[in-house]
Ligand binder design. Structure first.
Ligand SMILES: [Ca+2]
Length: 469
């Protein structure tokens, strides 16, 4: 084995949308420490998840396979840890490996983390304050704020590591997941200001399939007292009420993000102090995007842009030109092959993505993906979002709401009539007008359906029984 193998510091948060990061030109907050990673490395503007929900995205990242292969289609399907994962390969190759923070892929027996020399994870979603954690199978309660605690545990592990061997550390935050509970230090940020509302805040869900209107994740209607940390003042008009709720929601969300930013700063400072910066690949991403009042919503699940898009910034001074921006399409299936590539470990043939290392060197390989396949399986559960699949290219997005639970654990068996949507992302970047039935797009629809079925076959998924034409 080569002696100069890089360390991997894989930072992931939960539900952090890229439009709440200043390196992605956020209009609503500043993230100076996350920006350090982007400014000293590369920012990806078209990184997408293949199923926009927590556990499924995490399973894709670990196994390098789509959810119909790894079995984690919904939140109720836990990971079978007997599968091949990239941490196992790192461990076998002599890396020191650790998983600290949010796991959310099940606990006990075959569901505990595997491939790690050390793991210490939150049970399920975990708590923001004084969280219980499971350290190598043993439950412990920690005093303090979860984002600080996870960072402290990562720093402790790094300080105690064997400095003669490289490390792969998964530093995975719970924040800024619902119910967005900030710590005392950030509780008063934004107190005397109004956060701008997104362009689609007043969306009325017209000109689309029925799924958008049917979803139950509206800021004005579906947030509860826990989300809002109180109830709106009496006597507000419906518009004022919605605006009030948005401010409560977004400020707490951004306060949780601010704590992540501070803590990532501590981590980057540690790498600097220890002389580890040059030989450590630092990645910051989130398991999916999130609606920050966009379309009047919170939450994710939909194949719409705000939810589909993952932040992805990466720094590696030895290979990546500082301040670079890439617009090629990359997916969460590509993460594992990329990490393995850098570590000099062969990527197993069963992994379905590709290493993005050429992109990081400024070269887009011939035939690089220009379309992606998406599938949300968890029909109706929690937020009444219809099960759907679809294809996105750089210009278009075709979505098929097959709206069937298909007996997936964690889905609800209440089948709806299937519907299609097509968006021209150049003309309609906010996806407000489906042009599926517009005759001018008939050829595009045909091409995209062919591409959808091609991708479905390529990744070995099955077409829905009513999707025939
Ligand atoms: Ca998530």
């Amino acid at each position: 084995m080569p002696t100069d193998r890089p360390n991997i510091l894989f930072i992931m948060s939960d539900d952090h949308a890229s439009h709440a990061m200043s390196c992605y030109n956020s209009r609503i907050n500043q993230t100076p420490n996350l920006d350090r990673i982007a400014n000293e490395g590369m920012r990806f503007d078209n990184c997408f998840c293949t199923n926009s929900i927590c556990a499924p995205s995490r399973a894709v990242i670990l196994t390098g396979t789509y959810n119909h292969i790894n079995g984690v289609t919904t939140l109720a399907t836990h990971l079978d840890g007997r599968q091949l994962t990239f941490p196992k390969l790192f461990q076998q190759a002599g890396y020191q490996t650790a998983m600290i923070g949010k796991w959310h892929l099940g606990h006990g027996g075959i569901h505990d983390p595997t491939g790690f020399d050390y793991w210490n994870v939150l049970p399920g979603q975990g708590l923001y304050h004084n969280p219980e954690m499971i350290e190598m199978g043993e439950e412990k309660v920690y005093q303090g704020y979860v984002t600080d605690i996870i960072t402290d545990l990562c720093l402790d592990w790094l300080k105690a590591r064997d400095t003669n061997r490289p490390f792969m550390l998964m530093y995975h935050h719970k924040a800024p997941h619902r119910a967005w509970e900030p710590d005392e230090k950030h509780a008063h940020m934004y107190e005397n200001e109004d956060i701008p509302e997104p362009e689609t805040f007043w969306d009325d869900y017209s000109n689309r399939a029925s799924a958008a209107e049917a979803a139950q994740m509206r800021v004005d209607r579906d947030m509860n007292k826990n989300d809002l940390k109180g109830l709106p003042p009496e006597g507000l008009s419906p518009e004022e009420d919605k605006k009030w709720k948005y401010q409560r929601y977004i400020k707490d969300y951004l306060r949780c993000v601010a704590s992540i930013d501070d803590n990532v700063g501590r981590m980057l400072d540690y790498l600097d102090t220890e002389g580890l910066t040059d030989n450590t690949i630092v990645i910051y991403t989130s398991d999916q995007g999130f609606f920050l009042g966009d379309h009047g919503w919170y939450d994710k699940r939909f194949m719409y842009e705000e939810s589909l898009r993952m932040p992805f910034i990466i720094r590696y001074p030895k290979e990546i030109k500082p301040g670079s921006i890439n617009t090629d399409m990359i997916l969460n299936t590509d993460f594992a092959p990329t990490f393995l590539d850098y570590a000099g470990i062969d990527v197993p043939e069963t992994f379905q993505g590709s290493s993005i290392r050429p992109l990081l060197n400024g070269e887009t390989p011939e035939g690089w993906q220009t379309s992606m396949y998406y599938r949300y399986w968890m029909h109706l559960t929690h937020h009444h979002v219809y099960a759907h699949y679809g294809v996105r290219t750089h210009q278009y997005k075709l979505i098929y709401y097959y709206a069937d639970g298909l007996n997936q654990k964690g889905s609800i068996e209440d089948t709806k009539e299937p519907e299609w949507e097509l968006f021209d992302l150049e003309k309609d970047p906010y996806e407000l007008n489906s042009v599926y039935d517009n005759p001018e797009y008939a050829d595009i629809v045909r091409e995209l359906k062919d591409e959808l079925y091609r991708l479905q076959e390529k990744v070995e998924d099955e077409r829905y029984v009513k999707d025939v034409d």
